[in-house]
Write a protein that binds this ligand. Structure first.
Ligand code: HXC
Length: 517
């Protein structure tokens, strides 16, 4: 705390500067944000961090650039460190009331200092973004400022968790730092992210659009997949970040925090064998399976509205943090397509970065067929998920609930790709392709001449299920470690993950692999 009452000369100046600085954040400052439905920069920091834990750095940095006629202390960004659940984090928060939160070279240097501290000390870094992008008046200096921030984002990637919370506009350069971080959180209505704004879209393409239509939270949560979490308001968003961090280690050489809770086991596990419909072509909600296996109320879904044919999220199993990847038969029958492959691949790599074991629930009829999928590159995008699972060295377990066909079976952490354990429920169907497709190929000639084609087809399909497309065939050949009863799944997984706790894995010496980007 600065001493404001000492009248000796150096202390008077010291106190005066602090008064001037605080005056910048008066009611007018707060009202400017309120009018736009937003919180002020310190309100945000106080909601994010443990009470009283914030220590500001570089509060008196002031722009010296020509063209900036009203320099202010802080240069439009508040930086510092504090704690979340008693663990250190580094924070920067842009102040949109000063030059639209735009990024000048000193503003950039402040952010870079925070990033640098976070990386060297091994703490997460959280950016609260509300910015018009590169500060136009500072020209190339502001562009270079972004360059330095992006470089730090990449240097920190996979070493410390980086989280971006978009609470207002994020325009131009302001979007690429979030894109390089691990998670993007957005708030409804006030947040938007775009590389070029509506006026440029109009000028270049003569297309009318709004901030919301172009880059609002719902667009990024559903269409682009840019936003991992969307919240109703800023308070929920900042509490969401606190929750997210409770699952993450502070850096890549630590393990996720262990939280001891009184009750964890779901009570209604007896329902597990009855979730899957008798007809294996009927859908069901895989969330129910996940929630009846992991610790109660711990599943925290990521990107729930984007590519919902795959479900990803963090959870706890017997108090240990795990990353869950599950096909969702309720959407597109759980097929893998371009978007779901990209979504899951990024999450698998994140978990692997931060020592979070992976649990896969598999029910996938195959890759999504179609001209669009092929032309848009399902080959390369599907390969991302293959690459991510194969590369991950954390403990990896798959439970095959029902369908596990073809390439999609291999992708979803099969044993041949390095899965540590593959378990299957008795309802599992594991084979090169589904019974109908297989019968059509294997028995084409007989079917052509059959009196009752449909009856023969059904009979052959049943035979195929009995002989090949079942978990026991795979178990007898060593591709499934154990066929398990659904209601025992939780105990089997707890025991298997405990065995894998000290898993050793060697990585070949190389600069980095060449993931099909
Ligand atoms: C300097 C800026 C600014 C910027 C906004 N301001 N953006 N000043 N550089 N980039 C100033 C405005 O002049 C205004 O100043 C104040 O911030 C508030 O702006 P408003 O427009 O009144 O606020 P609002 O209506 O809330 O709109 C916010 C906004 C809009 C959506 C961010 O200002 C906007 O579209 N700005 C331009 C965004 C943009 O195109 N940026 C791209 C920069 S290029 P006064 O003095 O009137 O209060 C870039 C390239 C880097 O970033 C690429 C790296 C890969």
């Amino acid at each position: 705390m600065r001493n404001m009452n000492d009248n000796r000369k150096p202390y008077k100046r010291f106190a005066q500067r602090e008064q001037d600085r605080l005056a910048q954040y008066d009611e007018v400052h707060v009202e400017k944000q309120q009018k736009k439905g937003k919180l002020s920069v310190y309100e945000r920091i106080n909601l994010l961090l443990d009470e009283g834990s914030f220590h500001e750095v570089d509060a008196f940095v002031k722009s010296d650039q020509a063209g900036n006629t009203h320099p202010q202390y802080g240069d439009g960004v508040v930086c510092g460190h504090g704690e979340i659940h008693g663990r250190k984090v580094l924070v920067y928060a842009q102040d949109a009331t000063y030059m639209g939160g735009s990024l000048g070279h000193l503003h950039a240097k402040k952010i870079q200092k925070v990033q640098d501290l976070a990386l060297r000390m091994g703490h997460p870094v959280i950016g609260l973004i509300d910015s018009g992008g590169a500060r136009i008046q500072e020209g190339v200096a502001s562009l270079a400022g972004y360059g330095g921030i992006f470089l730090n984002n990449v240097k920190s990637s996979g070493i410390i968790p980086q989280i971006s919370v978009v609470l207002g506009p994020a325009a131009g350069g302001a979007v690429y730092s979030p894109a390089l971080t691990d998670f993007i959180v957005m708030v409804k209505r006030t947040a938007c992210m775009f590389v070029t704004g509506p006026s440029v879209v109009k000028e270049v393409l003569n297309e009318e659009t709004t901030f919301e239509e172009l880059g609002g939270a719902s667009v990024h949560a559903t269409k682009s997949g840019v936003a991992d979490f969307v919240y109703e308001d800023e308070e929920f968003a900042l509490l969401g970040v606190r929750k997210l961090l409770s699952y993450l280690p502070s850096n890549n050489v630590e393990y996720p925090p262990l939280v001891k809770r009184m009750t964890q086991a779901p009570l209604k596990r007896a329902r597990l064998p009855f979730i899957l419909p008798d007809d294996s072509n009927k859908p069901y909600d895989v969330h129910e399976v996940i929630n009846l296996i992991v610790d109660v109320d711990t599943f925290y879904e990521v990107g729930e509205d984007y590519a919902p044919n795959i479900v990803i999220g963090l959870a706890r199993l017997n108090n240990q943090v795990i990353g869950v990847v599950a096909n969702q038969p309720n959407v597109m029958a759980g097929t893998l397509d371009i978007n779901s492959s990209k979504k899951a691949a990024r999450f698998v790599r994140f978990c692997d970065n931060f020592n979070i074991p992976l649990l896969v629930f598999e029910d996938v009829p195959g890759f999504m067929p179609g001209i669009n999928q092929e032309h848009d590159g399902v080959i390369m995008h599907g390969a991302k998920l293959l690459y991510a699972f194969a590369e991950a060295t954390v403990p990896k377990i798959t439970v095959i609930l029902r369908k596990a066909y073809g390439g999609a079976y291999i992708v979803m952490n099969s044993k041949s790709m390095g899965g540590d354990f593959n378990f299957a429920w008795p309802t599992a169907e594991i084979a090169v392709m589904g019974p109908e497709g297989a019968v059509n190929i294997l028995h084409r000639k007989e079917l052509l001449t059959a009196d009752d084609r449909e009856a023969m087809k059904a009979q052959l399909a049943n035979k195929y299920r009995e002989e090949i497309a079942n978990p026991h065939f795979a178990e007898e050949h060593g591709y499934i470690d154990e066929v398990i009863a659904p209601e025992n799944t939780r105990e089997v997984l707890i025991s298997a993950f405990a065995l894998l706790e000290n898993k050793l894995s060697e990585k070949p010496a190389r600069k980095h692999g060449n993931i099909p980007l």
